[in-house]
Design a protein around this ligand. Structure first.
Ligand code: ATP
Length: 514
């Protein structure tokens, strides 16, 4: 575990050192849980967004996109339930003065029981070797059964308290489980209180009567309030979807784990409107479609899992998360929810507008049900980084840090490197870039030895480098180096586009989805 934490720290510093992610307002020592994307980060982030957008809008004829404003009429958030219920239960430790989410403290405690069980299993596997039967061990070992029973009891009690919004019970669980503050090590806890996660601001001057408005905590409501606009002007027929990418803001109590939990972040959401009664079939369909999107990146199926929700929002009739194996465990990257017709009905009620769909085939009107897929761009970015980051021992005894990014997501696709800064080699390099820059992102580098330049390109995940040498001026060939295999081949300049373009394009990923 400690080793995994070390790796995570290295990833965070690598992100800063190579221009992927900086703390916000860095010269003022940063701002809690707010980050800026640097010159390489923004390219990677844009590629992730493009991959998502094109998979939704280009590959589905019945999905269209919108870009709604961040500010919305304040009634939106009354109707959606966010003003009254977008809360986290928080608790303070009186000694360390640190604030925690009560639910997270309890979930961490459950994870501790899981860890204990895993430890027992690992020990037994070592002892019994090949003859070890894990299922049987889990079912019969006294210590495992004891931990499992405690975990299950805690889980049941926790789910009940959360569903009933019982804050006293949450505190009691923390006391009974003897959970201590990780900083002070004491159990000197305050009561649990609800804390609304929406940021507020004011619109208009006070003289003309300013009104409180919110920074949107999710992009989804921008889609719901535009349902009628899009359906009518786009002549959309159910089933159809509306996709959107945009910023969302949450005043997270405990901001942890770098860009995993931020106060300002970006979401890619798609609301799919379906006929009531068909929603669970579509829910299953979207689970498959979204998992395939993740797995097309080639990070290994074993690094993903579905986690079905115990606690369903009162309006949802199914919900699952897609979790990715981060260095700090399996964590949610995307949520898929069957939200019934809750949002559209609420907006109809609060706005007084009829928000329905007239089905020309059956001559009936209904309020569509909704399947939502909601993924955080930043969490996706983090999962890509965590998987890509590799420290490798080379045959010559050196180590290299290489980002094995899927080529289609890499910020720079081709580095063009003249062997020396003279003899017309830089000009030749520039010629190549002038030709290829219309097709993919190229970077020119002339400083330092070729070896050092290769390392720098490995560290930003650039899949291809070409070296221009003196022979190039005569034979119009360059040495092409592959990031992953480090193999070098001599190829004609005229072939470069053919060799590289297909492998680095988003289309190459999209084709895997069909
Ligand atoms: P969590 O339980 O981790 O707080 P959530 O269940 O509240 O997340 P949703 O409301 O379902 O998250 O949001 C959909 C997606 O938006 C999440 O799967 C995640 O990728 C992203 N997301 C949510 N909150 C944050 C945040 N504070 N920072 C970065 N990404 C976030």
């Amino acid at each position: 575990m400690a080793q995994q934490e070390d790796v995570f720290k290295k990833i965070v510093s690598h992100c800063k050192e190579y221009g992927f992610v900086f703390p916000s307002s860095d010269i003022y020592d940063g701002l809690g849980a707010v980050y800026d994307y640097g010159q390489n980060g923004v390219e990677l982030k844009n590629n992730i967004k493009q991959y998502w957008w094109q998979s939704m809008v280009l590959l589905h004829q019945n999905i269209v996109g919108i870009d709604a404003a961040i500010f919305m009429h304040p009634t939106t958030w009354k109707a959606s339930g966010h003003v009254d219920a977008f809360n986290d239960p928080l608790i303070d430790n009186r000694d360390s003065k640190k604030r925690y989410r009560a639910d997270v403290l309890i979930e961490d405690q459950m994870a501790k029981y899981d860890e204990k069980i895993e430890k027992e299993i690992a020990k037994a596997r070592k002892r019994f070797g090949d003859s070890f039967d894990e299922a049987q061990f889990r079912a019969t070992n006294a210590r495992v059964l004891e931990h499992q029973a405690k975990r299950d009891a805690l889980h049941e009690r926790f789910a009940k308290a959360m569903n009933a919004n019982d804050l006293d019970e949450l505190k009691q669980i923390i006391i009974d489980e003897e959970i201590v503050c990780p900083i002070s090590g004491t159990r000197n806890w305050t009561d649990v209180r609800q804390f609304n996660l929406m940021f507020k601001t004011e619109m208009g001057s006070t003289a003309e009567g300013a009104s409180t408005i919110y920074l949107r905590p999710e992009t989804a409501q921008g889609i719901f309030v535009n349902y009628l606009n899009v359906q009518k002007t786009g002549r959309m027929k159910v089933p159809f979807g509306i996709a959107q990418i945009g910023k969302a803001f949450r005043n997270e109590i405990v901001a942890r784990q770098f860009i995993f939990r931020m106060r300002e972040f970006e979401q890619m959401e798609m609301q799919f409107f379906v006929k009531p009664g068909t929603e669970l079939t579509w829910f299953e369909q979207w689970k498959k479609t979204r998992m395939a999107w993740h797995q097309a990146l080639g990070f290994g199926a074993e690094n993903y899992r579905f986690h079905d929700h115990d606690k369903l929002a009162h309006y949802a009739n199914a919900a699952t998360d897609i979790e990715f194996h981060m260095p700090f465990g399996f964590k949610e990257v995307e949520g898929i929810h069957s939200r019934t017709n809750f949002d559209l009905s609420q907006h109809a009620k609060y706005s007084g507008k009829k928000i329905e769909y007239f089905d020309p085939e059956t001559n009936e009107s209904y309020t569509p049900f909704v399947i939502e897929t909601s993924i955080g761009v930043d969490r996706m970015f983090l999962s890509v980084m965590c998987h890509a980051y590799n420290e490798e021992q080379l045959e010559n005894g050196e180590t290299r840090v290489v980002l094995r990014l899927p080529a289609a997501l890499a910020p720079v696709k081709l580095a063009v490197l003249p062997l020396v800064k003279k003899d017309g080699l830089p000009e030749k390099a520039q010629e190549i870039i002038n030709d290829l820059r219309f097709h993919f992102n190229c970077k020119y580098e002339e400083k330092d030895t070729i070896g050092k330049r290769y390392r720098r390109m490995d560290a930003i995940g650039c899949p291809y480098c070409v070296t221009i040498d003196h022979d190039t001026l005569n034979d119009n060939c360059v040495t092409l180096r592959d990031r992953d295999t480090m193999e070098q081949t001599r190829v004609p300049i005229s072939e470069l586009r053919n060799i590289i373009e297909d492998k680095v394009s988003i289309t190459s990923l999209l084709k895997k989805l069909l």
